[in-house]
Design a protein around this ligand. Structure first.
Ligand SMILES: [Zn+2]
Length: 173
């Protein structure tokens, strides 16, 4: 096998190039996945109130002999600052959650840990009821019977000063 026929030698070179390219892509994918896995491990585990914004699926493969596989993604929005992030989730979570669901999201970096549904956050409380009207009692001067103005203790009739000891009604505050 010192000298191969030229057509076969040419095929061999192409084979090596294609195989090398495929190996490069596969290794690159593995390295990238390992880097993300390592980065997620170093990230803090966070959980906070969030809302489901939208969902999507991505189908890959399915051509030729390979069977199609579906990936499931959900975009969540943190309630505190409306920051959004999309996570790849399990199919069961994808089907169990719907747009605008509220709950607590747990994640670590890009790794989805779970989402626990809860009732929607309380709507803003209704406007406070108007302050009750303070009943301001009508007072009369103990000396001359003149009706006093509500905002003064001085009788407009005789000039006397109203005083609780001289009148049964309390002064208006
Ligand atoms: Zn008076």
């Amino acid at each position: 096998m010192n000298s191969m026929p030229l057509p076969f030698a040419g095929f061999s070179i192409i084979f090596v190039l294609v195989a090398g390219f495929i190996a490069f892509v596969i290794i690159g994918s593995i390295v990238k996945g390992a880097a993300e896995w390592s980065s997620n491990n170093a990230a803090p585990q966070l959980r906070f109130p969030a809302r489901v914004v939208t969902k999507r699926t991505h189908v890959s493969g399915g051509s030729g002999n390979s069977s199609a596989s579906t990936s499931y993604y959900i975009t969540f929005e943190r309630l505190s600052d409306n920051a959004r992030q999309e996570f790849r989730v399990k199919a069961s979570d994808y089907s169990a959650l719907a747009d605008d669901d509220f709950g607590e999201l747990a994640h670590q970096g890009t790794r989805y840990l779970g989402f626990v549904r809860s009732p929607a956050p309380a709507t803003p409380p209704p406007a406070p009821a108007p302050a009750p009207v303070v009943e301001r009692k009508i007072r009369y001067c103990a000396y001359c019977g003149h009706q006093l103005a509500l905002d003064t203790n001085k009788c407009p009739g005789c000039g006397s000063l109203w005083h609780p000891s001289l009148n049964a009604s309390e002064p208006a505050s």
